[in-house]
Design a protein around this ligand. Sequence first.
Ligand SMILES: Cc1ncc(COP(=O)(O)O)c(C=O)c1O
Length: 410
Amino acid sequence: MRTIIEPFRIKSVEPIRQTTPAEREGFLKAAGYNLFQIPASDILIDLLTDSGTSAMSTEQWAAIMRGDESYAGSVSFYRLKAAVQDLTGFQNVIPTHQGRAAERILFSTVCKPGHIVPNNTHFDTTRANIEFTGAKAVDLPLPEACDTQARIPFKGNMDVAALARLIEAEGAKKIPLVMVTVTNNSGGGQPVSMANLEAVRAITAKHGIPFYLDACRFAENAYFIQQGEAAFSTWTPKQIAQRMFSLADGCTFSAKKDAFANIGGFLCTNNDLLAAQEKDLLILTEGFPTYGGLAGRDLDAIAVGLEEVLHPDYLQYRIASTAYLGRHIADHGVPIVEPPGGHAIYIDAGRMLPHIPRNQFPGQSLGVELYRHAGVRSVEIGSVMFGENARHELLRLAIPRRVYTQSHID
Ligand SMILES: Cc1ncc(COP(=O)(O)O)c(C=O)c1O
């Protein structure tokens, strides 16, 4: 692959520290081989997560200085609301301190025991917040997505036939909402097509069920739609994102991903009555509805990030650099979840290390070895994370946004 030119230059730098293999062996032992327990100062390249780890731009830092810290009616909130409404069209915008707070408020307002919430694949906090209310979280990925090696486009799609069967079998009354996660993080960071979102919209509208997006990586998803669906090849990423949101009745959002913010999130809905109930709950635990657990400056950083993340140069670089890492790993014979997704490369550790049985955690073993060998931190997505529910034994290398250069990736 050709060199990727990062579409930014670096104004502020953070040192990273080389350690010796013997030191790393000691750090691993002290951490009980749990990579989450290793201090970040002992990591050379940190691919644990793309969440909250982005480098903010000069415009975002400038916006931070403009932040209005008024308790009620902060001007920063109105700037955020305008940016979110321009993008999503949703009537109600409720800020939260991060994505899972939006999930908790949404699900504890609409779910009760006996309810079922389908998703292409629930993220772990989404599943947990649903199950905490006594409702059931059901994953409906494409059957073909089970094969990590299958190179099909839009592998993150929801199985709409399975959704139709579920509604038929359980009845629409039991389903307070249908959610689609873009991109499908737990499913390998794979995108969802506009055709799939339209099909989910059609089914949910037919049964009067609200349709929500878990929109954390909406911009990366929009870029995949532009590249992969002919009808959208001449649309800008922003126009595509606006179309995606226009199909939904609401969304949850973690601004720690596709808004380049280090903290933040929001919950949106077109239902005014629901929004009023959600704001009551928000006041109980997050704060007044014009700050929702954030500082005014955070709201401003998110507003700017939402605009920047849709720049075509950035998205082209972002998706190309993820694919670059993926192809390099795969071309050396290491199986990855194919094709490379938006924010991370997932090594199929179960397939790479067939001699390590599941109960000895191949993904975790590989993650430990990668740190021991190179000081690179990654995260297991398999039996350690999901227990018996794990579909694969994966090791995720998540790429922080605008943080590492091509030489780090090499
Ligand atoms: C798809 C998805 N949904 C929800 C969340 C939760 O967001 P947060 O970490 O901001 O609570 C994440 C975080 O990684 C995610 O990837």
